[in-house]
Design a protein around this ligand. Structure first.
Ligand SMILES: [Zn+2]
Length: 398
């Protein structure tokens, strides 16, 4: 569900940023609806961070100033932080809001499963791609001068996390009068994602949960991607993470909700079941936009589904948009202004934190930022190549 529209009198967040920067920036948006959405989202962000008001508002202002700069004059986050004498944002604490309770399989038939939390999974037509072979790398890095070797994983078939997607397929208004079209679109997208083995799960607009690819198989959902928890790094998450897609568009037309209430409910009970079944930590439940990378240009966000608006709280998860992106902190990736603009203010915090961690680590290592990034990129390249070589060997063995 989207953020409810607030009254005009509540649009203004507290402090000088509201009166100057936000409205100045908003003034540059010609379309009144887009302007209102921009202000509304900026307001929500500021209110969420009231306790850290000054620091957070400064960061938002800097983010917005980057957004509205021409590409040729982008100032780095670091120089902006220095210029405004702002301490770097603190790493968020990732308090897990309650571990999912034990959830068990109640009934299993040829074409569906029912779980104790009310989850029903349609299993007819589920696909198998190839076996999962989870590879994880030590977050601390290898011993000096050594190449990275995958950690020994006790259960290489057990998924380590969940990547949430949107199908970005055609959608219709979620109204009774559009029932027929809604059903046609749902059937169409299910057929397509089955054909290309795109995700493990699809949740249609009515909240029906389909298992598209079996959980012990890989699905083609994440492509070039990176994530990491406190101990491990994962590269190319098809091998390690489950893919859950909502029949939705990250940026639907004005007036459309991103996902329906039924989808939210089903997403929550599916997430709970998968986390309980595999012991998946909250910080390993993230969106495609957070993990997607393009090794050709060292940019993050090659795929941008759920770059904004993923309802983490409704899924029983903390706001993982605040986690510094491991692609930046561990492997030297960067981001460009268009991505900041696309992700609006939420993922921006993770980008800023990631960039700041890069800078601080370079300082500690006594290196220039560009040299430090080059080191990190060498590490990524080594891991990427070893995964590719391993996959080729496995293909030949099969
Ligand atoms: Zn995706």
């Amino acid at each position: 569900m989207g953020v409810p529209l607030r009254s005009a009198s509540r649009l203004a967040p507290p402090g000088w940023i509201t009166g100057t920067v936000l409205h100045l920036c908003a003034g540059r948006i010609a379309d009144p609806v887009s302007r209102l959405r921009f202000l509304r989202r900026s307001t929500v962000l500021v209110e969420e961070r009231r306790t850290q008001a000054k620091r957070t508002m400064m960061a938002v202002a800097i983010g917005l100033s980057i957004v509205f700069m021409p590409t040729s004059s982008i100032i780095t986050a670091t120089s902006l932080l220095r210029q405004h004498a702002i301490p770097p944002p603190e790493r968020p604490s990732l308090q897990v809001p309650g571990k999912p309770a034990r959830i068990w399989l109640v009934e299993k038939k040829d074409d569906f499963e029912v779980y104790s939390n009310g989850l029903r999974i349609e299993t007819r037509g589920e696909q198998y791609h190839s076996h999962r072979n989870l590879r994880a790398f030590d977050r601390r890095g290898p011993d000096k001068g050594q190449p990275d070797h995958p950690l020994v994983v006790a259960e290489p078939n057990r998924p380590a996390g969940i990547v949430f997607h949107t199908t970005e397929s055609d959608i219709a208004p979620f109204e009774e009068s559009h029932n027929r079209r809604l059903q046609i679109l749902a059937r169409g997208v299910l057929g397509y994602v089955r054909q290309i083995k795109a995700y493990h799960y699809l949740i249609d607009r009515f909240g029906r949960v389909y298992r598209v690819v079996k959980e012990d198989s890989i699905a083609n959902h994440a492509g070039n991607s990176i994530w990491g928890d406190s101990k491990r790094l994962y590269v190319n998450l098809n091998d390690s993470f489950l893919g859950v897609a909502f029949e939705a568009q990250t940026r639907p037309q004005d007036g459309f909700e991103t996902i329906s209430e039924a989808q939210q409910h089903s997403g929550r009970i599916l997430t709970d079941m998968l986390r309980a079944k595999y012991g998946i930590t909250a910080e390993n439940c993230v969106t495609h936009a957070q993990v997607s990378v393009n090794p050709d240009n060292w940019g993050v966000g090659a795929h941008t589904d759920w770059a904004v608006g993923f309802p983490f709280a409704a899924m029983g998860l903390p706001d993982n948009y605040s986690i510094p992106l491991p692609s930046l902190t561990q492997f030297g990736f960067t981001y460009d202004v268009s991505y900041v603009q696309l992700s609006e203010a939420r993922l921006w915090k993770g980008l800023l934190l990631g960039h700041e961690e890069q800078r601080q680590a370079a300082n500690v290592a006594g290196m220039r930022l560009t040299e430090y990034r080059a080191e990190l990129r060498r590490r990524y390249h080594g891991i990427y190549q070893s995964i590719k070589n391993q996959s080729t060997r496995e293909d030949h063995q099969e």
